[in-house]
Structures are given as C-alpha cells and as structure tokens.
Ligand binder design. Structure first.
Ligand code: BES
Ligand code: MN
Ligand code: ZN
Length: 497
C-alpha cells in the first residue's frame, strides 16, 4: 500500500474515494456537518435526511458533483468522540475500505479527525490497519480476475496540522509494514498442502528472508535425522513428502544481546494420522501451519522495520498423514533430552514436533522463547475465536504479551500450568504420553511442551481458535486470520531488555 501525507483539505486532493470520520455526539456531529457541507455541498441532502447518525463503523456514500476533484465521499461514523478507541478506528477504517473495495476503487484519501483522545501516531497506525487488513480475499486460484479482494493501492492522509501529519505518518508507516506481515501470514496459511508442503514452506521462508533481509537455513531430512529430531521424524514417517526444519536469524540488536526465539508449528496438513480426523471440515487443516506462517511473517516485518532486536525463528515442518508407514498409537519416542513419550494419539502431533524445535531453541540461550501453534481443539472450546490461549513459565514475558494483546486487540488470555494437571499426561510405560484425555486439553498440551523448554523463559500461544476463522470479522477474513504478527511486532518494538 502506497502511503502519502498531505497538508491540505480533503476537498483539495484527488482520489477515487474520500473518507471523513464523523463523531456521533450532538455537538461534534453538528460541527462536522457544518464543515463537511461547506466543503462538500452535495452532502447537505444526506445530512438533512437524518439517515446518517455516525454510529460507530456505519457508512454513507455521497457523489460529489460540480467542481469537486474526487467523485465519491464516504462518511464513516466513529461514535462518541471521547470514547473512540484504536479498535474503533480500525473498524471504521475497515468499513471505509470495504466500501471502496466493493466498487474496486484504488485510491483513498482520508481526513485526520480532530478532537480524538488518541495520539495522532496511534490513530495513523489503527487507521492503516483497518484500510490494509479489511476486504482481504485469498485470490490466488481465481481464474476470474474480476473476483478481487481489497483493491486499495494508495492512501492519502490529510491534515492542516504539520505536527499531526508527521505523527500520523510514523504510525501509518509502521502499520503498513506490519500489516504486510499479517497479509503474508494469511496467504501462506491459506495455501493448501499441495502448494505449501514442507519444502515449499521452506522456499517461502527463503524468499521472505531475501526480500526482508534475514538469514534462512533449511535443514533437510538427512540433517533432521543427524540431529535426532525423533518427534518430527515420527510425525513425518507416514508422509511421502520429507520434513524440513527452518531456521531464520535476524540480527538487528547488539552483538552480545541474547536473541528472542519464535517457534511456529508447521504442520502443512493434519489428517490426524492413524487416529484420523472426521471428514467434515478436515480441509481447514491445511492451515495447521499458521504458527509457522506467523513466525515467518513476523521475521519479515521485524527485519523490514529494522527493529533493534536479535530475533530467531524456528519452524519444524511436516505433514501428518495416514499410510502403511505412519506412526501408530503406542509407539514410543525418546527425545534428545532423554524424555520418553508414548504416542497415545497420532492427532496430537503438534506437540511432538514442537518438542524438537524447543530443544533446538535452547542452543541460542534466548532471553525469551515464544511458540505459536494451532495446537488444540480444547483451546477453541475454552476461548473461541476471539482470544489466543497463553501458557508459560515467565511472568514478565506473559505480561508483555498480555499488554501487546490488549493494544492490538489480538487478545491473549492465560490458562494455568498448575502441576496437578501433570498427572493427566503421565505415561504408563514412558515418562509422558502425548494426549491427556478430554479435560484441560489446552493445558496438558502446554505441560507437554514445558518438558522441552529447559530453563528458557518461555510462553506458548495456542492460536487454534484465533487463526482459523469460519466467518468474516470487521477486518479479519474467513480462513487464515494472520493472527500473531501484529501482536509480536508490538511486543518486540516495546521490548527494551
Ligand atoms: N491441529 C489440531 C488442533 C486444531 C483443532 C487446530 C481445531 C485448529 C482447529 C491438533 O493437531 C489436534 O488435532 N489436536 C488434538 C489433540 C488431542 C488428540 C489430544 C485435538 O485438539 O483434538
Ligand atoms: Mn492433530
Ligand atoms: Zn495439528
């Protein structure tokens, strides 16, 4: 998305569509009405009709005739001016972008509203998020080129205040890069297994690394065997396609700064294996590599922003297939840290491959490790599609993620890792088993992972509910949501030792 910033009135710019945010409180509404009708006399009839009340994220379109430089003006309600939140701005902008994309419009100009209690920088950020993220469609396979998603190519922010404009610019440019990451994550995760199997996922990471400027190393099956990654190999053994283990490194921090490691589950398709899943909805499991998509895309955004952190991304990638060579319930895996695991359910494959990745992460002696995984249906039952499940060993890391979640509205909520739950995954013939029954499924999955984190400050994010959406939201589409990129970028930019 091309961004420009113009110290002029909205009526002075030329765009396919102009956008004005209108507050709903009586006095502010009257002021806005006066201003808009002076600038755009064509809006008088709309205001006189009383049809537009500036309810949050409601829209009305007016065609500007006469001498106007642009053809269309969209009024977008933002509700009561004092109560406008970042999320309110995101939703209002998203509504405007949907109106524009519905008509396949390419350029949009927006007036920065005055009187908001938000800082201009934050306004610029939230507005850009709404514009960039809404109306998205995964169009890769459409032969009909008329079937488009978000058609916007350029946004112009207008304000007569130079300082405000400079602050808006800061926020908008940050958000544009981060949203590029969110959109990349959506595209990667929406791509089906036959175009995004483990080697393709590694190619995508390499491409992202070249594009954004981070190092990518792909370990192939031979190396994975040499490193004795028995969990990844067990899950992969039913698959014709070999696994990959992707390591990404970005050094934006000091030479001696310990890195932050991100680990993403990269199951490019999850059939459940021999403990096979029901047919209905199984296709969604092409998105079982959303954690990986989020990690690759966060690396991309962080590198493009030139953040002053050292960041490592690790992705164990495999399909989870059914075949004559597949791992079966009862099989035993012994990991390099000595922990023995009975495969009680082959559908609990995510934790089996993450264990190897978390063991590998310890090489970096990271100051923090965050893993993201579409790990359990139980997490979806507990928190739905709105909130990511968070479990971990480090209070400060959890608090950073909680703050970032509240700021970005990529909410996280902590579930407990009380040791009493450990009984549920105690093994009969092994140390632990990979499934703990129906109770507390998100927690037992995290307790499994905890056996492989050593002394790293670690937090696990279960994104099973928040990453795979079955309907459109205000600025999240049906399908892969891209969750986690905005969350992690916000945490990382505010990191400070
Ligand atoms: N990928 C699934 C979890 C999932 C379910 C993600 C629904 C997104 C939507 C994971 O591999 C899985 O199958 N988990 C099992 C674990 C169980 C067998 C212990 C589950 O949640 O049923
Ligand atoms: Mn599974
Ligand atoms: Zn899975």
């Amino acid at each position: 998305m091309k961004l420009t910033f113009s110290q002029t009135a909205l009526s002075e710019v030329k765009a396919d569509v102009l956008v004005a945010f209108i507050p709903s409180d009586t006095k502010r509404f009257a002021e806005a009405q006066k201003r808009i009708t002076t600038e755009f006399p064509e809006t008088k009839a709309l205001f006189d009709s009383g049809d537009f009340k500036a309810k949050a994220a409601s829209t009305a379109m007016v065609y500007c005739g006469g001498k106007a430089k642009s053809t269309r003006l969209v009024l977008v309600g933002i509700g009561e001016v004092e109560k406008v939140t970042l999320e309110g701005v995101r939703r209002a902008s998203a509504a405007a972008a949907k109106t524009a994309s519905g008509k396949k419009l390419k350029s949009l100009a927006v007036a920065v509203p005055s009187g908001l209690s938000l800082e201009a920088e934050h306004f610029g950020e939230a507005a850009t998020e709404g514009f960039c993220l809404s109306a998205y469609k995964f169009t890769r396979y459409f032969s009909d080129k008329e079937r488009t998603g978000n058609t916007l190519e350029s946004i112009t922010f207008c304000s007569d205040n130079k300082k405000v404009l400079a602050d808006v610019k800061k926020g908008a440019e940050y958000a544009e890069t981060v949203c590029g990451g969110t959109l990349l994550a959506r595209a990667l995760a929406n791509t089906p297994d036959n175009d995004m199997y483990p080697e393709k996922l590694a190619d995508a990471a390499e491409k992202a690394g070249k594009d954004a400027g981070f190092k990518v190393t792909v370990l192939d099956k031979k190396k994975i065997e040499a490193l004795k990654m028995h969990g990844l190999l067990a899950v992969n053994q039913g698959s014709k396609r070999p696994p990959t283990f992707i390591v990404m490194e970005y050094n934006g921090g000091g030479k001696n700064d310990k890195p932050i490691v991100l680990v993403g589950k990269g199951v490019t398709f999850d059939t459940g294996g021999v403990s096979i899943k029901p047919a209905a909805g199984m296709g969604e499991m092409k998105m079982d590599m959303h954690g990986a998509a989020t990690v690759i895309s966060t690396m991309t955004a962080v590198a493009k922003l030139g953040m002053k952190v050292n960041l490592v991304g690790i992705v164990p990638a495999t399909e989870n297939m059914v075949s004559g060579s597949a791992v079966v319930p009862g099989d035993v895996i012994v990991y390099t840290n000595g922990v023995s695991v009975e495969v009680d359910n082959t559908d609990a494959e995510g934790r089996l491959i993450l264990a190897d990745a978390l063991l590998y992460a310890q090489r970096y002696k990271p100051q923090a490790c965050v893993d993201l995984a579409t790990l359990t249906g139980a997490c979806v039952v507990a928190l739905g599609t709105v909130t990511t499940g968070m479990m971990g060993t480090d209070a400060q890391l959890k608090s950073r993620l909680k703050l970032a979640g509240d700021y970005t509205h990529e909410y996280v909520c902590e579930l407990p890792l009380y040791e009493e739950y450990e009984d549920l995954i105690k093994g009969d013939i092994t140390d632990i088993k990979n499934a703990g029954g129906r109770y507390a499924g998100a927690i037992t999955a995290a307790l499994f992972l905890k056996r492989f984190v050593g002394d790293m400050p670690w937090t696990h994010l279960d994104i099973a509910g928040t990453s795979i959406l079955s309907s459109d939201g205000a600025y999240t589409p049906k399908g892969a949501s891209g969750v986690g990129v905005r969350l992690l970028c916000d945490m990382l930019r505010k990191w400070k030792g």
